[in-house]
Design a protein around this ligand. Sequence first.
Ligand code: HEM
Length: 112
Amino acid sequence: MDFINSVLVFLHLLGMAGILAGFMIQLITGHASGPKSILHSSLLQLVTGLLLLGLAEMGEDPVNHVKFGIKLAVAIAVTAVAIFNVRKPGNPLAITAGALTVVNVAVAVFVS
Ligand code: HEM
């Protein structure tokens, strides 16, 4: 179970990097791979995050449902913004997705 958890955290961190990489690609180059990277990575975050949460629920330690409720809401917002950004790319949309992602990193790290 520990190994599966590690694999999921690994993918979860790559997903975070993918959103921020897509954000940078879009802002710096305007290339279409930017919005796609943001969208695919945000979906990866939702899938890996929910699987990680499922594993945490199966463990013995208490789970902070407020923390993960906030993370889920923010991740859904990132995905929604990412969908709009693929349909009609715009720097404000990319910046919103990037900023919300940083919010989720802060929640992940600073809320216990
Ligand atoms: C944009 C979306 C997200 C970002 C940027 C993000 C970021 C992160 C980061 C940086 C970590 C590592 C924290 C650490 O190991 O100290 C983490 C862990 C984790 N995330 Fe996410 N996350 C996102 C979405 C989600 C979602 C939607 C869920 C589930 C509702 C979730 C559940 C978890 C869980 C269970 C962990 C394991 C470690 C812990 O207990 O905090 N994440 N996330």
